[in-house]
Design a protein around this ligand. Structure first.
Ligand code: ARG
Length: 464
């Protein structure tokens, strides 16, 4: 079918053109929002003198009935009617004669932009909850293994000992920023295009304030041309989603690495792993791998939409119809990734002993020895050299820095060798690592036992 019936056209579009341009199979997802927009528009048209009260009421009842049918899966979508808007309008008009007046002062251009914004606001509020649930799972895992130490890495080489909970809370921080970005995107989406018409508003007296209030938008758009062609709000959403996807991918990667035999720090619950069709012994972290893999798609969707928008002349162009599939897929992919990741994290068992063993390697305290020399007055660059030389010497002698002995340290550190012993000597390696964490208690944001406990408590409270 053509726009609103034939009119300007003598015949039907070529079947290939109709098939190529139809969107109802994916934009029917906007049905609830389209109906909501139509009810508000009908109510406003009474004030504009276009509909009688009775007509508006019958239209709203008709729209309600259609909504019920859709929710019950009984509505018959027609491919021949191109998109969600034409399907719903045509179904309404078939039932309610006044339905033919509903599209007064409205275009599918301001309609689809309004629908998308309504959809996005709802979508984001669900995303925020899903992000919060993953944060909760991470904090919970941190609480459960609150005393466990593991090596912190740079360049994937062991750096310094940290607490497991500190590592997990790093992701909680990332997800909090993701929430902030999506929250901002929702704020920017909270502007109502309806009333902008095709591009230049209307000669009829549309009271946009009435529709705004009914649809619970924060404000109405100020420029009709901008309003029908703007998809910034979707780009912002996709950018936030892509970045959240990148964070999920990094979390997945850490857990995949840590669950390998080479690290042996964590074990996913069986329900979140798969076997191999060939190798009977395998237990593969497929869920985490898929989360990592799907993040590629999220980045792709952002680039897709930016590329669609680039170079479009004002105002509406049909290219804009290409916004929906990438946005819907991004939303679904993020949501399912968050849900499965939260459960997979919940299922994790940490091997505290394997972590502590790795974290107790004395080399991880090399920086702390340098800090001790600094406290005794040695310039840091010199301290760095002294400890570096000690590591080399230990390597040459086939031993470890905590077994070099006082005289070796004395000759390297010239009078300060005792200090190295204080960091490296005495107690067991695990106790030493623990002491090293405790020594960080005066630095905000560092993984001291007390600092991390405090952070865990704060997050638990915040995420309640
Ligand atoms: N299906 C269209 C879209 O998503 C709706 C708007 C169509 N407007 C038009 N003038 N052809 O963009």
């Amino acid at each position: 079918m053509r726009g609103s019936g034939k009119g300007r056209f003598a015949g039907e579009p070529d079947p290939s053109a109709a098939k190529f341009s139809r969107s109802v199979h994916f934009d029917q997802r906007l049905a609830r929002h389209d109906l909501e927009g139509s009810r508000a528009h009908a109510t406003m048209l009474v004030k504009a003198g276009v509909l009688t009260r009775k007509e508006a009421a019958s239209i709203c009842r008709g729209l309600d009935r259609i909504e019920k049918e859709i929710l019950a899966g009984k509505f018959r979508w027609k491919d021949s009617l191109e998109d969600v808007h034409m399907n719903l309008e045509s179904a309404l008009t078939a039932r309610v004669p006044a339905g033919a007046k509903l599209h007064t002062g409205r275009s599918r251009n301001d309609q689809v932009a309004t629908d998308l914004r309504l959809w996005l606001k709802e979508q984001i509020s669900g995303d925020l909850l899903a992000l919060k649930n993953l944060q909760r799972a991470l904090v919970h895992l941190g609480e459960k293994y609150r005393d466990v130490i593991l090596p912190g890495y740079t360049h994937l080489q062991r750096g310094q000992p940290v607490l497991w909970a500190h590592h997990l809370l790093a992701y909680v921080e990332m997800l909090e920023r993701d929430k902030g970005r999506l929250h901002d995107a929702a704020k920017r989406a909270d502007v109502m295009p309806l009333g902008s018409g095709a591009l230049a508003g209307s000669t009829l007296k549309l009271d946009r304030e009435v529709t705004r209030r009914l649809l619970k938008f924060e404000k109405v758009s100020a420029n009709s041309m901008d309003a029908v062609s703007d998809r910034d709000f979707l780009v912002e959403y996709l950018a936030g989603v892509a970045l959240a996807g990148v964070h999920l991918s990094r979390l997945a990667e850490d857990l995949i690495l840590f669950s390998s035999a080479e690290f042996g720090f964590v074990k996913f619950g069986e329900a979140f792993t798969t076997g191999s069709s060939l190798m009977p012994q395998k237990r593969n972290p497929d869920m985490a791998e898929l989360v990592r893999g799907k993040s590629g798609r999220l980045t792709g969707h952002l680039v897709s939409l930016l590329t669609v928008l680039k170079g479009l002349p004002l105002t509406y162009n049909r290219d804009l119809q290409e916004d929906k599939e990438c946005v819907f897929d991004a939303a679904d992919t993020l949501r399912s990734s968050l849900e499965v990741m939260a459960k997979a994290v919940d299922s994790i068992e940490v091997d505290a002993e394997a972590c502590a063993y790795a974290a107790a390697a004395p080399e991880l305290l090399a920086t702390d020895v340098a800090d001790a020399l600094v406290r005794a007055g040695m310039p840091f660059r010199q301290a760095h050299q002294v400890v570096g030389a000690a590591v080399r010497l230990a390597e040459e002698r086939g031993t470890r820095i905590d077994r070099l002995g006082q005289s070796a340290w004395e000759s390297l550190a010239k009078g300060s060798g005792k200090l190295a012993e204080e960091v490296l000597g005495g107690s067991s390696p695990v106790v030493r690592a623990r002491k090293a964490l405790q020594a960080r208690s005066s630095v905000v944001g560092a993984p001291s036992l007390s600092g991390v406990q405090k952070e865990l408590r704060l997050w638990t409270k915040k995420l309640r």
